[in-house]
Design a protein around this ligand. Structure first.
Ligand code: ATP
Length: 360
């Protein structure tokens, strides 16, 4: 699968432009602010119906204009698919495949997958555990609809239990029978989430180390430590044990919504003990593993968007990365960089000729 052509009208800083891509490596070069990232973002829109930078659609319309349109021609199994995404101020976002509008955006998501690696990934390390939990949940949900449904049901039951606890707290009461109903449901759903998250890590972590080694030359051990109150415990018993405390504080203090994921390097949290380059390598390794995971499970090679990833990586890592993504495992790749000389040197050294787009 690859994107053959892209056309933009009024998308962010771009007025009207069109690009013809190669199925292999495409590189956008230009100074800060010329709109390189915005082109990757447009590709992201065609895949996921949203920006990876700005969640408010209308703010992605070029200033002073009233709509934007992104059109792309994808080739998949020798067939051409025309995807169009448009946003008009005050109207619902439209996604069309071959001129036919989708009723639900979710029917389109996953059809033409992308994986983005960008400087914004650093919040996976710097922010709290909720961001990491959501990221891992999104990877599992992409291929496991049952996981997604269980997660949604868990969150609904959790919200119900919490509003009951809030009432207990407000009125200083406790009704054993009404909380039991929620505990039974929450326990079943939580156990399932716990088991599926564990199964995911068993499959994912060795692959993650493998990709990280390819990138770094194999000097460091990385990991994701899954800290959960549920390890070795029966969830229903945990909930029963916490009922009095929960009623006092007015929310549920135990469960998979409290799971923490700690990213580690050589056994220590990378947030505190990793250099900027190590953190960046960790995130790139993570995203490449996500790529591999999606492509194995969906049998589709996502488009890989590499935004501004060379800074803080040493020369060897940059070359290893480019070599890696230009080999058979990965498909079409888009890269952005400000430094034309660096790009020329890297690709000369690994004997690959990308298609270069210079933006002014
Ligand atoms: N809705 C909009 N209308 C007009 N311009 C916009 C809009 N949204 C963003 N921009 C502009 O797009 C530019 C940023 O583009 P982008 O992030 O793609 O640059 P870049 O080439 O990737 O830069 P860098 O090398 O700094 O990462 C900014 O100048 C910003 O003001």
């Amino acid at each position: 699968m690859h994107l053959k052509q892209l056309q933009l009208i009024n998308f962010k800083n771009h007025g009207e432009c069109q690009f013809d891509f190669t199925p292999d490596i495409n590189v956008f070069i230009g100074d800060n602010g010329v709109g390189k990232t915005n082109i990757l973002d447009a590709i992201n829109y065609l895949s996921l119906c949203r920006s990876f930078l700005n969640a408010v659609d209308r703010q992605n319309i070029k200033m002073g204009e009233s709509f934007f349109m992104i059109q792309g021609e994808f080739i998949r199994a020798d067939k051409t698919h025309n995807i169009m995404c448009s946003v008009q101020a005050g109207q619902k976002k439209k996604i069309k495949k071959n001129k036919k509008e989708y009723e639900k955006l979710s029917d389109h998501i996953g059809e033409f997958p992308v994986v983005v690696i960008s400087p914004y990934d650093s919040n996976l390390i710097s922010e709290g555990s909720e961001v990491r939990r959501k990221y891992i949940d999104s990877i599992i949900s992409q291929h496991n609809k049952r996981y997604l449904e269980t997660l949604i049901r868990y969150n609904k039951v959790l919200a119900q239990r919490n509003s009951l606890l809030k009432r207990f707290q407000e009125y200083r009461i406790f009704e054993q029978e009404s909380i039991e109903v929620w505990d039974l449901q929450l326990a079943t759903l939580g156990e399932e989430i716990f088991e599926l998250r564990n199964a995911f890590f068993v499959d994912f972590l060795p692959k993650f180390q493998y990709f990280f080694n390819l990138l770094t030359g194999g000097k460091e051990a990385i990991g994701i430590q899954y800290n959960t109150q549920m390890e070795g415990h029966n969830f229903l018993e945990l909930l029963e044990g916490a009922r009095q405390k929960d009623a006092r504080v007015g929310y549920t203090t135990v469960g998979t919504h409290k799971d923490d994921l700690v990213f580690t390097i050589n056994g220590n949290p990378i947030k505190k003990f990793g250099s900027q380059g190590q953190q960046k390598s960790f995130l790139i390794g993570l995203k490449l593993t996500q790529f591999d995971y999606i492509s194995r499970l969906t049998e589709k090679k996502p488009i890989l968007l590499l935004d501004d990833i060379f800074d803080k990586l040493d020369h060897n890592r940059v070359e290893r990365l480019m070599k890696m993504v230009s080999q058979g495992l990965f498909g079409q790749v888009f890269v952005t960089d400000t430094d034309a000389e660096r790009i020329e040197k890297v690709f000369n050294n690994i004997d690959i000729t990308p298609k270069i787009f210079e933006l002014k």
